[in-house]
Design a protein around this ligand. Structure first.
Ligand SMILES: NC(=O)CCC(=O)C(=O)O
Length: 258
């Protein structure tokens, strides 16, 4: 049912003119450690096959949210990205697992069942280079900095914040990553389901390099879109030239060879 729904919405977004489309975190599964093994798939598998086919049919870049992935007896929270010809361009396994404990509010330990990924995920499009993270990955400023250093101008985070951290941090983190790096940031959340064991905050958002929210969904299922204006990004970088003003003699954020 989810696959059918997701594929129909991707097609609608493409019909509305979208050239880059993204789905939410865990779009084929309820979000919860007790569900991941039941819903996990190999890649390629049923869900990712659908993503590849719909990307090709619509001739779009498709960031396939994420799915619980099974590989060699381990489970990952994985985002696959497909190009307009349906080929796999990137596979991002969530690097930072969502392990938090806010007393009386929320305790969640992804590491009870998931293994973290250990690689960066970027891909090229005719428009710009794009970096991918999954949800909790957005809290780590270093990842966004490394993607920006690699030349990404748009960062996309499928994510499912919750009713505690969502109102407090969801938009703030996106604006912070966008402003710090002078990039566009887009997040894609599942709609809110009050009956779910984990209630997602919703509010998929797009933030400009100036730090403004330029598109924001509510908590219900919808398609949200925005134009990514690379001239605007270049203008901001020229006007406030933090990229050339960094004190590389005093500090650095670097990718480590694996
Ligand atoms: N799915 C997630 O990683 C949730 C992250 C989250 O809610 C947070 O506060 O961080």
């Amino acid at each position: 049912d989810n696959l059918k729904r997701a594929s129909e919405l991707v097609k609608q977004a493409a019909q509305q003119g979208a050239q880059i489309v993204a789905l939410p975190e865990c779009f084929n599964s309820p979000y919860g450690t007790k569900f991941f093994s039941e819903y996990a798939e190999n890649i390629p598998g049923q869900s990712t096959q659908m993503l590849s086919e719909v990307a090709k049919e619509c001739g779009i870049f498709l960031i396939g949210g994420s799915i619980p992935e099974e590989d060699s007896g381990k489970l990952y929270n994985t985002c696959t990205v497909y190009g307009p010809d349906g080929t796999l361009l990137a596979k991002h396994r969530k690097i930072h697992l969502f392990n938090i404990d806010v007393p009386g509010k929320i305790r969640f330990q992804e590491s009870e069942t998931l293994t973290p990924g250990d690689s960066f995920s970027t891909f090229d499009t005719p428009y710009c280079k794009i970096g991918v993270g999954i949800c909790y990955d957005i809290r780590f400023a270093e990842l966004a900095q490394i993607y920006t250093k690699k030349g990404c101008q748009l960062l996309i985070y499928p994510g499912a914040f919750n009713m505690t951290t969502g109102p407090a941090h969801w938009e703030l983190l996106q604006r912070a990553r966008a402003l710090d790096n002078q990039v566009y940031v887009a997040t894609v959340s599942p709609a809110r389901d009050e009956k779910a064991s984990y209630i997602a905050w919703g509010h998929s958002t797009v933030v400009s390099p100036w730090g403004e929210v330029i598109a924001k969904a509510g908590s219900d299922e919808t398609i949200t879109s925005a134009d990514i204006d690379l001239q605007y990004l270049a203008d901001i970088r020229q006007q406030i030239p933090i990229h050339s003003q960094r004190r590389h003699d005093l500090y650095s954020v670097e990718e480590k060879p694996k």
